[in-house]
Design a protein around this ligand. Structure first.
Ligand SMILES: [Fe+2]
Ligand SMILES: [Fe+2]
Length: 183
């Protein structure tokens, strides 16, 4: 959980720095997931899968609401952002499927693997195509960064219990809700 100090430091960062940090964090979590799945550590891999799903759900929603909506106004490439939006919807569908599936189901690892590959592709496009355009556009990236962090924290709190840990039941509800909110 973020202390007020880390939150105020993040408030001064560019939205692009914060988005990239999230992308890198999830990449590491997927690597960890793979290791735990290989060891057949069901409890361990489920905890990491839940962390990945919570991170991605909060990231995608905050990114759409704060960053994509501002970028749509200032970047003259609607196709690029619309495609990214569609990719978010597909990822959310997959996350909802994972959340309603038992981790002992043989398809669970396959779905996590496809989610990993899908997110890797999506993140590459964001970082190589959208971010350079955002840097050139007339966007207040620091203000967007602050807004993004605030919204993401708000969403993460929805899936946490009183101790700040992920509550699987709350995560399932949010994941299914997000998957049904189509554009
Ligand atoms: Fe992203
Ligand atoms: Fe994204």
């Amino acid at each position: 959980m973020n202390t007020p100090q880390t939150l105020s430091k993040q408030r001064q960062k560019s939205a692009l720095t914060l988005l990239k940090a999230d992308h890198d964090k999830v990449k590491q979590l997927f690597k960890l997931y793979e290791k735990l799945a290989e060891k057949e550590d069901v409890a361990g891999k489920t905890a990491i899968a839940n962390e990945i799903c919570a991170e991605l759900t909060a990231h995608a929603a905050a990114e759409e609401e704060v960053f994509y909506s501002a970028a749509k106004e200032k970047i003259d490439d609607d196709d690029l952002i619309n495609e990214a939006d569609v990719e978010h919807d597909t990822a959310k569908d997959l996350i909802a499927q994972i959340q309603i599936m038992s981790p002992t189901n043989p398809m669970y690892d396959a779905k996590m693997k496809v989610l990993d590959e899908y997110i890797t592709h999506h993140v590459e496009e964001e970082e190589s195509e959208m971010f350079p355009k955002a840097r050139e556009a007339d966007l207040d990236l620091k203000a967007l960064g602050a807004e993004f962090t605030e919204r993401k924290e708000e969403l993460l709190e929805k899936v946490q219990d009183a101790q700040g840990n992920i509550d699987p039941a709350k995560l399932k509800i949010l994941a299914v809700e997000e998957a049904s909110h189509k554009h």
